[in-house]
Ligand binder design. Structure first.
Ligand code: GLV
Ligand code: MN
Ligand code: MN
Length: 432
């Protein structure tokens, strides 16, 4: 008797996923369509409850770890086997959109619902998860949850990151019911034991324009670029905007402006479209129209899929900062916040995603992810891959971020079939 045809029996309702994403988008510090959801804020806690309720409705067994990563499990016939894990994040940077990260959580819950409706029985257990704080907004550190799961976070690093209220992660985690008695204990409890995860797959919007521009359905991700984050501080003497003569100034704001332009110059000098650099924050103080800036603080993000090439740009930017400081007679200090290596997606998952899309008759493109994701850290502990769907004009991290219901249904279906392949379970027998 033939086996049931998985690509036809998995039914995903894209409009229902959009409707769920829209409800989630209302848990936001800014009014829709803008979404702002900061780690452990009241809206983040509401979103966590929303995700757990949805997991329960889809018959998943819930577990949370000490960092607040949330897991929903669909048991397999081989419960002691390493788990096939999928998921993404629900935190959102200020004035973001409603699909970044959330698609990979809500879409994954829908994928597990669709597999159950189709009568699929997993062999390896399958879990969907919501990572804690993929975005760096509150503590200036991206991917806190997945870093900790991968054992890539030390107490010293985590405790050195303070939020705007001067608190570190453990303090705010304890306030909302996560955490532990020490940062070390919390990190130890979060670290994933070796072999516990057999595969990791993340569904995400592309956050770039290529799929839409080329009219393609699914991006099969082969590598994930990694950012280096730097902070540079220039300090001058300041002065009166009228009284201080131009030759007597050491204007920290102008030193910062020169450095922002140097970032662009060094990035473009690699000649590769894969190298990108952004001066994302640039604060000057005291910040008065009639005051020569005393201080300029820049946060700079430099990314590439080629780690050594990215590191050369970082070194060139820091050298420029020193040269500018000397010429403009300002004091300078800098620190590297993180400088993570890029990741390569595992061939088994790349093939499983491509085959699943092929079984549905969808067009695909092998592509790199220029945005970072929790997958970057999951790749350190398990074979990892990603599935991209198109998003309008490649827009992301802005309120008008958009992916269509049909594209969402495609992505969720490909995820469901990929999870089924990796779990190695069984489909119901086809009716004859
Ligand atoms: C993730 O949000 C990134 O900045 O790539
Ligand atoms: Mn993001
Ligand atoms: Mn994201």
């Amino acid at each position: 008797m033939a086996l049931g045809c998985s690509s036809q029996s998995v039914q995903v309702d894209g409009s229902r996923v959009v409707e769920t994403l829209t409800r989630l988008a209302n848990m936001s510090d800014h009014e829709n369509p803008a979404v702002t959801r900061i780690l452990f804020s009241p809206n983040d806690m509401l979103a966590r409850k929303f995700v757990k309720d949805l997991m329960r409705e889809n018959h998943l067994t819930i577990r949370e770890d000490a960092m607040g990563n949330i897991f929903g499990r669909l048991e397999g016939s081989n419960p002691s086997a390493g788990v096939v894990l999928t998921g993404s994040h629900c935190d959102a940077i200020p004035l973001a959109g409603m699909y970044d990260g959330t698609l990979g959580v809500i879409g994954a819950i829908e994928a597990l619902g669709a597999l159950q409706r189709a009568g699929y029985k997993p062999a390896r257990p399958i879990e969907v998860m919501m990572f804690t704080s993929e975005e760096p907004t509150r503590f200036g550190l991206s991917c806190s949850g997945s870093r900790a799961m991968a054992g890539a976070l030390t107490p010293e690093v985590l405790e050195s990151k303070l939020d705007s209220g001067g608190k570190h992660f453990l303090q705010v985690a304890n306030e909302v019911g996560y955490g532990g008695t020490s940062t070390q204990e919390m990190l130890d409890a979060t670290r994933v034991p070796e072999g516990a995860v057999s595969h990791f797959v993340e569904l995400h919007i592309e956050q770039g324009p290529l799929l839409e521009r080329e009219g393609l359905d699914i991006g099969v991700v082969t590598a994930i670029a990694a950012p280096a984050a730097l902070e540079v501080l220039f300090v001058g003497d300041g002065g009166h905007a009228g009284g201080q003569l131009m030759p007597d100034r050491n204007d920290a704001g102008l030193a910062g402006a020169e450095l922002a332009l140097a970032v662009e110059r060094h990035v473009l000098a690699t000649g590769s479209v894969d190298t990108v650099g952004t001066t994302g924050t640039f604060e000057i103080a005291p910040g008065a129209i009639n005051s020569v800036p005393r201080e300029a603080r820049l946060a700079i993000d430099i990314r590439d899929i080629d780690g050594p090439r990215r590191d050369q740009v970082v070194a060139a930017v820091l050298k420029s900062a020193e040269e500018i400081a000397e010429r403009r007679k300002v004091r300078m200090s800098s620190r590297i916040i993180n400088q993570d290596p890029p990741a390569t997606c595992h061939a088994d998952i790349v093939e499983a995603v491509a085959a699943s899309a092929g079984a549905m008759g969808l067009s695909t493109k092998r592509m790199v992810s220029r945005a970072y994701h929790d997958s970057l850290f999951m790749a350190r502990i398990a074979p990892t891959g990603m599935i991209f769907i198109p998003c309008k004009n490649g827009w992301s991290h802005r309120p008008d971020e958009f992916s269509s219901a049909p594209d969402i249904a495609n992505g969720v279906s490909v995820l469901a079939l990929t999870l089924a392949r990796l779990s190695g379970g069984s489909w119901p027998k086809a009716e004859l």
